[in-house]
Design a protein. Structure first.
Length: 378
C-alpha cells in the first residue's frame, strides 16, 4: 500500500466458529506488536521465566530495511506462527487479545482507493549490474519514507542538508545512527535522530531491551556529556542491553547503565562491521534528546525508557538469574548428599563351614536305617 506511506500488508483469511470467513489486512509491525503484547500477558508460556516452558511460537523482529524478497519470505513464517498459535490451549488461542486482533476492522472493509493506484517506486540499481543478464537483476527496492523533524546542516561532503518537514527516502539504515537518504536528486548521510516515520512517532523495528546483554568491547574512549551517558575508556568490556536506532545504545557496566555511542563499540570475538568501515571518518551522531526545536507531526511522544527503569529491570533480571543458579546449585548439592546417604548393597556374610564329623559320631547320631546300610556296605 502507499497510504499514508509505502508499506506492505499481509492478507489473512480468518474462519470463525460460525463458519464465516473474513479477510483482514495487517502490517508486519502490527503483527509484531501483537506478538509482544501476547508474550507480556503470558510470561510463563513465553519463556520469560524459564525458557524450557515456552509454548508461544517465536516471531522474528522487523528488519531495519524491508525489501520485497524478505517480505515474501515472511509469508511462510507467519503461516507457521498462526498455525501454532491457534493450536495452543484456549486460554491463549481464544483470549480476548487474539480475538480482537483478528476481528474485522473498518479499514479491512473500506480499502483506501489510494492503495489501488501504483505510485512510482524509488529504487537503486548498483553499477555492477549493468552488464549482467537481466534474469540475474533483482526487482526494484521500495524505500521507506521519513520526515525531518528539525533543520540539519551537513558537516562533510558525504552528508545531506535537511530542512524541517523534508520528506526523504531512506536507502540504508546503519545501526550506528547514520542513515543514507535520498532527497529528490540529492543523496547523503543524515543522523537518524533527525528523522521520524510518517505513521507513528515510534520506530516499528526498534528492538526491546535485552537484559541478558550482549558482550561488547569499547574501541574508543568517550566522556559523558549528559547525566544519563557512560564514561568509558578504550578496551573496556560492557553488556549492551538496548540497541536504539539513533546510534546510542544502553550499556551496563558493574550494575550501572547509561548511553554510549555504538560507533565506539565492537562485539566481542567479531571483526568490525562493514558499515562501521564506511563511517570510520565520521563522528558519533547526535542524540534525539539533544536536538533543539524539533517539531513532530505526531500528537503522542516517542516511547522512552528512563535510566532508572533500565537499572531496575536490569537488577531484577540479574537477581532472577542468580536465584535460578543458586537453586540449581542447591538441588545438585542435595542430589549429591542423597547419593552419599544411600546404603550400598553389601554382600551378606556367608556362614562358616562346620568341621566334618567323625565316623563314630555319624553312626551314633544317624538313623537305624542308615546304620544298617553302612554295616551292609562294610
Amino acid at each position: 500500500r502507499f497510504f499514508p506511506s509505502q508499506h506492505y500488508v499481509y492478507m489473512f483469511l480468518v474462519k470463525w466458529q460460525d463458519l464465516t470467513e473474513k479477510v483482514v489486512y495487517r502490517k508486519f509491525t502490527e503483527i509484531y506488536e501483537f506478538h509482544k503484547a501476547l508474550k507480556e500477558m503470558f510470561p510463563i508460556e513465553s519463556g520469560d521465566i524459564h525458557k524450557e516452558n515456552r509454548t508461544i511460537p517465536h516471531l522474528p523482529a522487523p528488519k531495519w530495511f524491508d525489501g520485497q524478497k524478505s517480505t515474501e519470505n515472511r509469508q511462510g513464517t507467519l503461516a507457521d506462527y498462526c498455525y501454532t498459535l491457534i493450536n495452543l490451549p484456549s486460554k491463549i488461542s481464544r483470549c480476548t487479545h487474539v480475538l480482537n486482533f483478528f476481528n474485522v476492522r473498518q479499514s479491512d472493509l473500506n480499502v483506501s482507493t489510494d492503495n489501488l493506484v501504483r505510485k512510482p517506486e524509488t529504487f537503486l540499481l548498483p553499477k555492477d549490474t549493468v552488464n549482467k543478464n537481466a534474469a540475474e537483476i533483482t526487482g526494484p527496492i521500495i524505500l521507506q519514507t521519513y520526515r525531518a523533524t528539525a533543520d540539519y546542516e551537513k558537516n562533510s561532503k558525504s552528508e545531506l542538508t535537511l530542512s524541517i518537514g523534508d520528506i526523504v527516502d531512506v536507502v540504508e539504515k546503519s545501526e550506528h545512527g547514520w542513515w543514507f537518504c535520498q532527497l529528490k536528486n540529492r543523496r547523503g548521510w543524515v543522523p537518524a535522530a533527525y528523522l521520524e516515520p510518517l505513521d507513528s512517532p515510534d520506530e516499528p523495528e526498534e528492538a526491546d531491551p535485552n537484559y541478558e546483554g550482549e558482550l561488547y568491547i569499547t574501541t574508543r574512549s568517550y566522556t559523558a556529556d549528559q547525566d544519563d551517558e557512560m564514561t568509558l575508556e578504550e578496551g573496556e568490556t560492557v553488556d549492551v542491553i538496548h540497541k536504539l536506532l539513533d546510534g546510542w545504545w544502553v550499556v551496563r557496566k558493574d550494575g550501572t547503565t547509561g548511553y554510549y555511542p555504538s560507533m565506539y563499540m565492537q562485539k566481542c570475538g567479531e571483526q568490525p562491521s562493514t558499515d562501521i568501515k564506511q563511517l570510520k571518518n565520521k563522528r558519533a551522531p547526535p542524540r534525539r534528546s539533544t536536538i533543539r526545536n524539533a517539531q513532530s507531526i505526531h500528537k503522542n511522544n516517542r516511547k522512552q525508557i528512563s535510566q532508572t527503569a533500565y537499572r531496575r529491570n536490569s537488577m531484577t533480571y540479574l537477581q532472577q538469574q542468580q536465584s535460578s543458579i543458586n537453586t540449581k546449585n542447591k538441588q545438585n548439592q542435595n542430589d549429591n548428599i542423597e547419593e552419599e546417604n544411600i546404603p550400598q548393597n553389601k554382600a551378606k556374610p556367608q556362614p562358616a563351614i562346620p568341621p566334618r564329623p567323625s565316623k563314630d559320631l555319624i553312626l551314633n547320631r544317624c538313623t537305624e536305617r542308615t546304620k544298617n546300610k553302612i554295616q551292609a556296605a562294610n
